[in-house]
Design a protein around this ligand. Sequence first.
Ligand code: NAD
Length: 439
Amino acid sequence: MTRNSRFPGFYRLSLEERRRLTAEALGLDVREMTRALSGGGIDCATADKTIENVVGTYALPFAFGLNIKVNGVDYVAPMVIEEPSVVAAASNAARIVRDGGGFHAEADLPIMISQVQLDDVADPASAARAIVEHKAELIALANRAVPSLVARGGGAVDLETRDLGDGIFVVHILVDCRDAMGANLVNTVAEEVAPRIASLTRGRMGLRILSNLSDQRCVRVRASIPVNALSLDAHSGEEVRDGIVRASRFAERDVYRATTHNKGVMNGVDAVVVATGNDWRAVEAGAHAYAARSGRYSPLCTWRVGDDGSLLGYLEMPLALGIVGGPSRVHQGARVALQACGVKSAQELAMVVACVGMASNLAALRALATDGIQRGHMLLHARTVAIAVGAVGDLVERVAEEIHLRGNVTMDGARLALARLTGNPAVDELDSARVVVTQ
Ligand code: NAD
């Protein structure tokens, strides 16, 4: 089945129509999808077995990011996020990237780092030699701890040693985790091999745990966007392109800007990571440590002008994601998300996630480089405000439009608009009271 991620006018459909359309296009059972997504994906009894001290569940909006083409293949990106405009902006930017042929992505092998700390190592050079000499034995020992991973083609593949000084010595066991995120797998490996490593290095055993700086497991994304696809309202494609490149240079030189720039990348990344039941704290920790790897915190995604005048984007970041294990086993929402996304491996998921990150960054920079981010943001924010004051059904859109047009996207403004639209006689009084108060 050729997958499609282009659904023009999707946002105008009802929620039921969106489910029906996507279920049909993605080969999903619409009833199953509805069941899984109506209740937030997890019931209280399951939640109670997942973590401790449970008193309920907590749902967030689940949406589909559209128009995403990666290496010639279409993907619908499941996105779970509370912030308005992220899904629309990423979908819109992904449509622009399609005009240049879509995203081109590559993912490293799914290799995680398992750390074994040794203290009081008197002779780090001979400790390192001992590890190299016993590499085959240590790898075999590690692999005995994770037979089911080895049976799937994964397992320990290499070792590294690092002398941190002051008697602190670290051994990294590199483990191919296949389609799992791998934290539990590599922790098991670390605990299994640590005693032997301690005896080989003549050190005192310390921590045995994965590193969340999964820099062996990076994704790289490139996109080339034709300049005329970038024009926005009165702004020419060249103007928008140059504005995006200037914004990139700003982030490359300034940590204050780089942080916000990367927050824009993580808007898209985290939404898909959460939807697919992955550990977003691990992804966040890894992303920001990677951004600071040169000693200066830098943008994960950068933009330049290509020789042909197109806008060139480049994103590189570590992504430790799984399509098996973790919560994907018990969370119905995560299961539907993975089915809808249609990825067959953790590496494929990582590429989709990184592309959504690039799309989010592009959307934010395109808005910032032109009229600023607030214009588009406020209309979407207005909907949240309308809901917060009790608007339901059609009234959400009508209240949102009114407060947006009036330039008064506030709870007070929304209350007034709602009262006016529902024919509440107190409106004029309220309006005049407000005028008096604000004068
Ligand atoms: P897991 O413990 O569920 O292990 C994955 C399981 O899936 C293994 O038993 C493996 O054999 C099996 N499996 C089935 N098909 C597979 C395939 N194709 N490829 C690979 N394995 C396959 O999960 P995990 O991925 O080891 O750990 C992830 C969990 O650990 C997450 O929930 C994460 O939040 C948590 N965690 C994270 C940290 C951290 O990031 N610092 C620390 C501890 C735990």
